[in-house]
Design a protein around this ligand. Structure first.
Ligand code: QAP
Ligand code: CO
Length: 167
């Protein structure tokens, strides 16, 4: 297992649209295991392959208190329903920033699991929000895209400055 490097906003590679996984094989399972390890280490509640510079449609999430309810979704498709609600969101690719974002209350996800089997799950609460956030990454979309351009620019400038001093 290995920790993967997480790309940070405004890295242009975060804008890449991910391609469907054609076969769930050992290389996909290895990537999923490394994504879980990276997410738990961070620590985070969700991670998309895009964030580790792999442009395949794979996300991992675990919103449980005890960090013992992992879900990996491969080629996820969402059907959204319910009311819209505002949740304070963050992102491992936008470290240190949390802002309210509007999402749907419920999501039905159809995907493949790590064994290549079709799964369908009805999600609500933080899990529904997190899966919507992670699926956005696969389209090259970030939660900062939902903020005002003023807020987004401020976040971009602060992160660019932080990246400059880091290297
Ligand atoms: C997406 O994000 C999410 O800024 C997952 O310094 C988050 O795991 C969906 C993290 C909230 C819905 C609500 C962020 C860790 C983790 C940071 C994460 C940070 C350290 C973010
Ligand atoms: Co994110």
């Amino acid at each position: 297992m290995a920790l993967l490097e997480i790309l940070e906003f405004p890295d242009p590679r975060l804008r890449t649209k991910a391609k469907p996984v054609v076969r769930v094989d050992d290389s996909v399972r290895k990537l999923v295991a490394n994504m879980f390890e990276t997410m738990y280490d961070a620590p985070g509640i969700g991670l998309a392959a895009t964030q580790v510079n792999v442009h395949q449609r794979i996300i991992v999430v675990d919103v449980s208190e005890n960090r013992d309810e992992p879900h990996a979704f491969i080629n996820p498709e969402l059907t959204l329903s319910g009311e819209v609600l505002e949740t304070e969101e963050g992102c491992l690719s936008v470290p240190g920033f949390y802002e309210p974002v509007t999402r749907h209350e419920f999501a039905r996800v159809s995907a493949l699991n790590e064994r290549g089997e079709s799964v369908e799950l009805d999600l609500e609460g933080l899990l529904a929000v997190c899966v919507q956030h992670e699926c956005d990454h696969l389209e090259g979309k970030l939660f900062v895209d939902y903020l005002s351009s003023l807020k987004r620019t401020r976040i971009r400038r602060k992160l660019e400055k932080a990246h400059r001093v880091r290297v």
